[in-house]
Design a binder for this molecule. Structure first.
Ligand code: WT7
Length: 648
């Protein structure tokens, strides 16, 4: 990791402050700071009150057992996640409420009430049981964004099986690695899924993965497409055949609060993915209350989180958070620009989406495509916007607020991680004024500090973000690798504090500004500059759609700044543009941040969740061998970039 130093006067951000409207404030779920007060007075008692919003079969014995770095929350308490997402709503007379509006990319549509979901999940749970899946067994899920992906997760939760969802864009090799690491017994997949007009042959890819996964005994296949796939007799079963014979009720397993709900793989600094482990009671508590607080969710809202269920955002804010709150949601199978660049806006108009949660990378794509696309649709149903996944640059924030939210909708910029399970740092939409580019403050019950190398807290200024007290939805470890858990998250300050890996500054008002991962900090002539800062400055220029910045080795400066830039359509790729952009960055941050080189490109390599692969860009820029590229959205991009860099 690069050396990492911050100075207080690095705080160059303009502090534009935007207040929620009086109307929004008056109607919002959280209108005052009493939650903060309660949490401050007694953090553990506060979280107990939050846990009380769930239905428990048996109350817990002890709220928190904290043997650093291992936490147990609500231990001895018994509950079931699927019961909390389904049964209790039916008991509360919400069986006829729409749970899911699903839209396929090809125009297929289906909707499911809570009663419909309940029946599907119960039947599927019985199928899993009849195929020998028991409590504690692992089930891999490799699916397109279809309702059955949600049912599969909840069916596992119902019988106490641990699901591990593998994003449907991953390769056979990546799927195989995850199945083998988790030792999954059964795989749930589909014959295919639609993406930009093409069928992704998930079953065929899965078959390749299954060539070397001895732990898998059975495969359940959902028919999403034409069903023309090879079915291995004895191993493969059609979902619809299984369900046809399944009994309609399966008693929910009484799980201990600390029993594992799921494993989700995330990339680390090494090539091998980390299987992040989440608990049942603490996790569900975290996602349940944050959905209510941060998204201000009400009974008649239509919530749309655009993340795939293959990512933690889909786990926490499509499945477990919203469904434990009986939300009505939209899920969409495909790409935002298919068949046209207005697909998302058409969906918002059609289903009257009121809460929309997406990623900065998507927002910047929308900016690039232009406001004529959202302008064609009626977005009047929207009342709240959210952002997640990476720092959102102020320009994109403001664009989103103006062009999608029509100045009316608060924007919640939510900082969290696969590891944190739930949102940690953000604004409460009816309470906290917003500063475009800053995520906001730690939520009630969350303690966060900016620490220096020595682990000392810095009240105002920059350093490493740490979450300094245990929280219910925190990861319980890395599957099968406690050493790696201890080293990665607790090794930095000799076991004392959680290391989030984010470079962060806190301003005098207590707002957190995220600067990207700490290994993305460049040291240029002894000054540290965040890649995110330079990117933000670049996209602030009206020619730029997207930018990815890396520090490359430089004889004199230590590191020099190289920017990979995607121009908005119609702007010339030439030396003049390069000069304008270099000058723009100088103007925005200072001459020290002036890129030494700008490489214009059609795309930048990103992980499938949309994060720029800086490590790879550095490898490309410095001419090293490419590492593990299984998480690349489009591997061709890297090849093209590499060529481009080398020929320049
Ligand atoms: C990393 C976690 C959280 C679900 C999706 C990503 C970055 C995430 C923000 C934000 C600045 C953010 C951090 C974090 N990140 N949200 N609002 N502002 N940075 O989950 O793949 O586990 O990534 O994403 O660097 O550590 P993930």
């Amino acid at each position: 990791m690069d050396e990492f130093k911050f100075e207080v006067d690095d705080l160059y951000h303009e502090t534009r402050i935007i207040h929620p409207s009086a109307l929004f404030q008056n109607l919002s779920n959280i209108k005052d700071d009493s939650l903060y007060q309660k949490a401050k007075a007694d953090r553990v008692a506060f979280w107990e009150e939050c846990a009380g919003k769930l239905d428990w079969f048996k109350p817990w014995d002890k709220a928190l057992v904290w043997q650093k770095p291992y936490a147990q929350w609500f231990a001895g308490g018994k509950l079931n996640a699927s019961y909390n997402c389904l049964d209790r709503h039916i008991k509360a007379n919400l069986g006829n409420k729409t749970a899911l509006f699903w839209e396929g990319e090809n125009g297929d549509e289906k909707s499911f009430t809570y009663a419909d979901c309940y029946l599907e999940v119960n039947k599927l749970a019985n199928c899993l049981k009849s195929l020998g899946v028991a409590k504690g067994d692992r089930v891999a899920i490799y699916m397109p964004m279809i309702p059955e992906a949600v049912f599969a997760m909840l069916a596992c939760a119902r019988i106490g099986a641990i699901h591990t969802v593998v994003f449907g864009g991953f390769s056979a090799e990546a799927l195989q690695e995850r199945i083998n690491d988790a030792q999954a017994k059964l795989l749930i997949t589909a014959d295919g899924g639609w993406r930009r007009g093409k069928l992704v042959p998930l079953k065929t890819i899965a078959d390749a993965a299954l060539a070397n996964t001895p732990s898998i005994h059975d495969v359940i296949v959902v028919q999403r497409a034409d069903g023309r796939v090879a079915m291995k007799s004895g191993r493969d079963h059609w979902y619809h055949d299984c369900l046809r014979h399944a009994k309609p009720y399966c008693a929910p397993e009484e799980m201990d609060s600390e029993d594992i709900l799921y494993i989700l793989y995330t990339s680390g600094t090494t090539g091998k993915p980390k299987g992040i482990v989440h608990s049942t009671g603490g996790y569900l508590t975290g996602v349940n209350v944050t959905t209510h607080w941060v998204f201000d969710l009400k009974a008649n809202d239509v919530f749309w989180c655009t993340a795939d269920v293959g990512w933690v955002t889909g786990h926490s804010y499509t499945v477990y958070g919203p469904m434990s709150n009986a939300a009505t949601q939209v899920i969409y199978e495909g790409a935002p620009d298919f068949p046209e660049r207005d697909r998302f806006w058409r969906i918002i108009e059609k289903y009257k989406v009121s809460i929309f949660y997406t990623a900065p990378t998507a927002i910047r794509a929308f900016m690039k495509w232009g406001e004529q696309w959202p302008k064609k649709c009626n977005l009047g149903s929207l009342r709240l916007l959210g952002s997640v996944g990476e720092p959102i640059n102020p320009e994109a924030w403001v664009w989103y607020h103006e062009n999608i939210g029509n100045y009316r909708c608060p924007v919640v910029d939510t900082w969290w991680q696969t590891e944190t399970g739930a949102i940690m740092i953000t604004t409460l939409p009816g309470l906290t004024p917003m500063k475009p580019g800053s995520a906001g403050k730690p939520l009630p019950g969350i303690d966060a500090e900016i620490l220096n190398e020595e682990g000392q807290a810095i009240p105002v200024g920059g350093g490493f973000l740490s979450l300094t007290s245990p929280w219910p939805s925190m990861l319980r470890g890395i599957w099968g690798d406690p050493k790696r858990y201890e080293q990665t998250y607790w090794g930095r300050w000799s076991g004392k504090y959680y290391f989030a890996g984010d470079g962060t500054k806190r301003d005098k008002d207590g707002y957190f500004w995220f600067l990207g991962r700490v290994d993305d900090i460049m040291l240029v002539a002894g000054h540290n500059i965040s890649t995110a800062e330079v990117e933000s400055a670049l996209v602030d220029n009206q020619m730029v759609a997207e930018a990815a910045v890396v520090g490359v080795k430089d004889e004199v400066k230590g590191q020099a700044i190289v920017a990979f830039v995607i121009l908005k359509e119609g702007n010339p790729i030439n030396a003049q543009s390069e000069e304008i952009l270099k000058e723009h960055v100088s103007q925005k941050i200072g001459a020290i941040a002036r890129p030494s080189r700008i490489i214009f490109t059609a795309d930048v390599p990103k992980t499938r969740s949309g994060k720029i692969m800086r490590r790879l860009l550095r490898d490309i820029a410095e001419g090293r061998v490419l590492g593990d590229i299984t998480t690349l959205a489009d591997p061709n991009v890297v090849a093209a970039l590499k060529e481009k860099y080398q020929e320049a």
